[in-house]
Design a protein around this ligand. Sequence first.
Ligand code: MG
Length: 395
Amino acid sequence: MKIVSVEILQLAGNDGDKYGIPWNPTIVRINTDEGSYGIGEIGLPMGNAAHGQVGLARDYAALLIGQDPFRTEAIWEMLYRRTFWGMAGGILVYAVISAIDNALWDLKGKVLGVPVYQLLGGKTNDRLRTYASQIQFDWGAEPGVMVTPDDYCRATEKAINNGFDCVKVNPIGFDLDGRWMTWNTHGVLTAEQVRTASERMASVRKVGGEDLDIIVELHCHTDSKAAVQLAREMEQYRVLYFEEATAPMNWKAMKDLRNRISIPIATGERLYGRFGFRPYIENQAVDLIQPDLGNAGGFTEVSKICAMAAPYDVGVQLHLIGSPISTAAALQMEAVLPNFVIHEHNNTSLIPANIDMCVNNYQPKDGYFTIPDEPGIGQDLTPAAYEAAAKIIVK
Ligand code: MG
């Protein structure tokens, strides 16, 4: 079997949503001479990478023509070593390699008639505890802007009524006028910022009661000084972990923070590859890693990263935002991981326009996902979504 063409499919997107964040999901589809194919999403749907991801995918796609698609390890190495810049890393390089790698694993599963988790070692987890992610955007099909403590009460209530016993919230992402990421939260936080974050967290805890787990997301908008200040205020709310509390590439700042606060530390959605995660793991700078299967290197590389984390007692929560194709791939990986902690369910997974692009709508029930048993990643674009996508075909 040989790869005969690669399609780069740009799904419906925009240059900026109501928060000003561009959204451009892009899929790589790899086709063989036997009519089989696999799909993988480039893990940069959000943010300003619409043209870059397509451009690099075109360059890398050309190297796949004529290759045996079952040789996932060899193709990964080829993209890493023979593209010259591949060995220098970069999130764009790794996101394109990830999409290709995930498409190859999907293809292999579909051809062999087994789900990807069987190819990776079989299920360790029969079901996956799941949290409602980013409730500062409310929880439901229509994202919102949560500003007042009452807003946070309502959003928490919706997530709990939807079956979740764990939520993630950024309590300082919106300022008091409802503007996203405009507050300067580097350096020392003002008393007003600390009080605002604290009142929002108190609302989440009050509605959720003692049995709710709360993850605090900081989107790298705090530095270690502000994060320590915030952590001291947050400790009273029994936080499950702090996510991206300092600059993403600075493991020493992350370790310094871990040594100074009692809340566990998580990071990883902007890290990539075994070399990117290595210092965080071997220096025990974090308690959890959050690699994104769509930008950290795909099934081939993320398997290695997660295995590397295990002997250091570092847990895994895959980062997840994207189309239902990314969700389906993540479920396959998480099913296998012995150090899996919890699955991220973003409110983008509740938006009908995203759900309708794909043939399967995987949603958790009572706060848990079960693992799909369909071949490959168990997901595909609908014929309508495939037809509607802007296509670049490399052959
Ligand atoms: Mg995050």
